[in-house]
Design a protein around this ligand. Structure first.
Ligand code: FAD
Length: 354
């Protein structure tokens, strides 16, 4: 443990906080985990799980449980309106696959694994205040003063821990309203493929499998279903709504005793599907540093990786959603040519981050 106290508080039981807690517990440091929600979330937010996340979750057995339930995405298919201009094979066998599973199910498997290692989530517990002292951290949870050796802030994009640390969250807000719809559509074409539909003025809809006959639509317009340029017979809409996107990253991931991970440290558009995966990677890295030392290097390592992923996601968003017809046409042509070349595996590697 290199002198690190094991009285660690994890604030937030989303995928980041659960991964941090699970990995700490697996490495022999069962932390206190609190979440202000009254119970587990039922929201399906993040869907895509990439191989590096599965590698982090393999030793605890969580990866196996996730894999057993997830859909393996066969291909990414890209359409200009109704016309398909490119496809990319994403299924290159176990270890090089994109998996799709609603976030609430991923969180369920993380919680089950955490409990196997003697941990649990204390729901209905909100962190209200945090003050860092030289040899401990003072917090107030539901009005009660408590002390911990270290605190991990995995409390999402509106992080209370980040606010208490007083670190900057620099970036910008995208102007457009995005939409999401989770639907039951048993007749949907090619149900195991990720499908992107690009239209005029950069209007885009992405369809991602959630289960055999359940799909997620995401669009950079206020109505994903109305923007889809091909017919989809929807039997049931589980959830539909709009959201706004910010592209931001903290200036400091850590002070001496307080660490930020996941959306508390960074946020970006869902293009590329990396938000949850980046949080899982922050959490895995941080837990390993608690176990083997190197906490001082956490900020540099994760800030650089966060920057890389945000830039990747922003480049993809701008390229795929650009408005000008000529530039869009040229980009689609380039994608079609590249995906017809024998470099499919390398291109898939960029999507899968392997
Ligand atoms: C529509 C949509 C689609 C997305 N699709 C993808 C995708 O395909 N792939 C992907 O990788 N990512 C995706 N994301 C992003 C992904 O959902 C987030 O990156 C992920 O949830 C971040 O996890 P987290 O654990 O860091 O934060 P969160 O999931 O936000 O969890 C934070 C937790 O902290 C708790 N909390 C907050 N404040 C306090 C407090 N003061 N005290 C105690 N508890 C507190 C909250 O209740 C919450 O449970 C998507 C997001 C959206 C909105």
């Amino acid at each position: 443990m290199n002198g690190v106290s094991s009285d660690i508080l994890v604030v937030g039981a989303g995928p980041t906080g659960l991964t941090a807690a699970l990995e700490l517990a697996r490495l022999g440091m069962v932390p206190t985990v609190i979440d202000r929600r009254e119970g587990p979330s039922g929201l399906s937010r993040a869907v895509g799980i990439i191989p590096p996340s599965m590698d982090i979750l393999a030793p605890s057995g969580a990866a196996r449980a996730i894999r057993d339930e997830a859909v393996v995405i066969g291909q990414a298919q890209f359409h200009a309106g109704r016309f398909r201009f490119a496809s990319l094979t994403l299924d290159h066998g176990e270890g090089a696959q994109l998996l799709a599973l609603p976030q609430d199910r991923t969180e369920h498997h993380l919680r089950v694994a955490l409990e196997r290692y003697g941990g649990r989530v204390d729901y209905g517990q909100a962190l209200e205040e945090l003050t860092e002292r030289p040899d401990h951290v003072e917090v107030r949870i539901n009005g009660e003063a408590r002390r911990f050796g270290h605190v991990i802030g995995a409390d999402g994009v509106g992080s209370r821990v980040r606010a208490a640390m007083g670190v900057g969250f620099e970036g910008y807000d995208l102007p457009e309203t995005w939409s999401i719809a989770d639907v039951e559509a048993p007749g949907w074409r090619e149900p195991e493929n990720f499908q992107g539909f690009f239209g005029r003025q950069g209007r885009t809809v992405i369809v991602i499998p959630l289960a055999a006959t359940r799909f997620r639509l995401i669009s950079n317009t206020p109505d994903a279903l109305a923007t889809l340029p091909v017919p989809m017979e929807v039997e049931r809409v589980y959830r539909a709504g709009t959201f706004r996107i910010s592209v931001r990253q903290v200036t400091a991931y850590a002070t001496a005793r307080v660490f930020l991970a996941g959306d508390a440290a960074h946020c970006h558009s869902p293009v590329g599907g990396r938000g949850m995966n980046l949080g899982i990677a922050d959490a895995g890295d941080l837990a390993a540093r608690f176990a083997s030392g190197g906490l001082a290097g956490y900020h540099a390592a994760r800030h650089a990786e966060g920057r890389r992923v945000i830039e990747l996601s922003e480049r993809a968003r701008k390229a795929l959603m650009q408005g000008g017809a000529l530039r869009r046409g040229m980009f689609y042509g380039l994608m079609a040519v590249m995906m017809s070349l024998p470099i499919q595996r390398r291109l898939a590697g960029q999507v899968l981050d392997v």
